[in-house]
Write a new protein. Structure first.
Length: 227
């Protein structure tokens, strides 16, 4: 099966969350019916809070900011300018691959952070995503939240690049109150935007994801606006 890449928009062409969600849902239908190849969407969202199925009332914005409730796992998070978001819509060769798939997303982001920016990151037992653990409060630099229906994945990962951390102060990010968030830019001391990171992340995805599809052919990345 093929694996395609689509770049829906990076700053200044920010992507509305509802529009991207509609594209994900249509792709899910098409991939499930073998009418479209498994496809990775890469983008940068307009500011939005999204709440997964496990979100508790106390996790939500303190100031009453509206939240989009979605059908992914996990709890509440924020997306917006300066954050690279990836939505792999994959038809897994086996439903039992889900745990390994999540681990692979984490590990490929860890590799990009180490190789491209000298950032040492890791996973934390019992907590999804990618973390910096260096003796103080743990800091989350990438979040992962998925839905798998009939062996086809939706949603994916969000890597903090140059985004503000202020929106996270208005919620309990991912339902975790005893840790902080961080960005690539904060860790290296210079602005690293999603556009600076996307090629390295896409290359890792292209190398890693085909094994979950049973031998995929890679389709070159498509640039441009929503379509």
């Amino acid at each position: 099966m093929d694996l395609a890449f689509r770049r829906l928009g990076l700053h200044p062409d920010l992507v509305d969350y509802a529009e991207a969600l509609a594209i994900q849902r249509q792709l899910h239908t098409d991939v499930l019916a073998d009418q479209s190849p498994s496809t990775v969407l890469l983008l940068e969202h307009q500011d939005v809070y999204t709440a997964g199925r496990r979100t508790e009332p106390e996790d939500r914005p303190k100031d009453g900011t509206p939240v989009v409730d979605v059908d992914r796992g996990g709890k509440i998070t924020w997306h917006g300018r300066g954050q690279l978001v990836g939505y792999p819509i994959l038809k897994l060769a086996k439903r039992a691959m889900v745990k390994d798939y999540v681990a692979s997303l984490e590990e490929l982001l860890i590799r990009v952070l180490r190789r491209e920016y000298g950032i040492t990151s890791t996973t934390v037992e019992g907590r999804s995503g990618v973390w910096l653990v260096d003796g103080g409060r743990d800091r989350k630099i990438a979040a992962i939240g998925l839905r798998v229906h009939r062996s086809v994945t939706m949603h994916g990962f969000a890597l903090n690049c140059s985004n503000s951390l202020t929106p996270f102060e208005n919620i309990v990010p991912c339902g975790i109150s005893d840790a902080d968030t961080t960005t690539i830019s904060a860790e290296v001391g210079e602005e690293i935007a999603p556009a600076d990171v996307v090629d390295a992340v896409a290359a890792e995805l292209a190398a890693e994801l085909p094994r979950f599809l049973g031998g995929a052919h890679i389709t070159p990345a498509a640039e441009g606006a929503l379509s």
